[in-house]
Write a protein that binds this ligand. Structure first.
Ligand SMILES: O=P(O)(O)OC[C@H]1O[C@](O)(CO)[C@@H](O)[C@@H]1O
Length: 201
């Protein structure tokens, strides 16, 4: 044993995204999503019609510490939306400690976990209530709302993981986009993607 033993926590989780017992809440607004969507005119049009303060996603999380071995548990609530033909996404990231894994369990709505590795692998996995994606370390990940109601997930990952948001920005966006089709969604290559840089150790 290497230090004090943390206290267990009861969490009441509501499928609409409320996490009773959370220690932090943060929200991302439309104005925070600069550079995320490829269709910049469509994004600019929504900023001017809805305003920069319009909510796009929010996170409620609970952590009992940041030390090696501790877990963060939280809920993420993504509002539906489209920017041109691209569905609403989270910023997306690789964990700062890149081998840290994460679980995403769908509480409500319909979404896709878009997952890529720096050496070119790509996966897009749809989840609906009752389904989860167990995301191993080394996968860049982003949530995508492909439905017309909030996409709510319960997530859990190592508290020391951290987030590297520059990995996607430096590559001109993720390799694939999740776009609307006549019968739902599909992935399409992102023409602006320039390849991922190596992860620094
Ligand atoms: O941190 P980002 O990429 O903005 O996206 C938020 C997502 O990441 C998480 O914070 C957890 O990794 C989720 O809550 C949420 O879906």
């Amino acid at each position: 044993m290497s230090g004090p033993i943390d206290q267990p926590t009861l969490l009441n989780i509501v499928k609409t995204g409320s996490l009773e017992g959370h220690t932090r809440v943060y929200r991302k607004n439309l104005g925070d999503m600069t550079g995320v969507y490829q269709d910049q005119p469509a994004y600019a049009e929504q900023r001017s019609s809805k305003g920069d303060d319009a909510l796009v996603y929010s996170v409620e999380e609970q952590r009992y510490g940041n030390h090696d071995g501790a877990l963060i548990v939280g809920t993420s609530t993504m509002l539906p939306g489209q920017y041109g033909n691209e569905f609403a996404v989270t910023r997306g990231h690789l964990h700062g400690i890149s081998n840290r894994a994460e679980l995403y369990y769908c509480l409500s709505g319909k979404g896709v976990m878009l997952l890529e590795t720096i050496d070119g692998r790509s996966e897009a996995i749809e989840i609906t209530p009752g389904q989860a994606v167990n995301v191993p370390g080394e996968w860049i990940h982003r949530s995508v709302n492909v439905g017309d109601e909030p996409f709510v997930t319960l997530f859990c990952y190592a508290a020391d993981a951290g987030q590297d948001y520059t990995i996607i920005a430096d590559a001109g966006g993720m390799k694939n986009l999740v776009v609307a089709t006549a019968d739902g969604w599909a992935t399409a290559p992102n023409p602006a993607h320039t390849g991922y840089r190596a992860v620094s150790e």
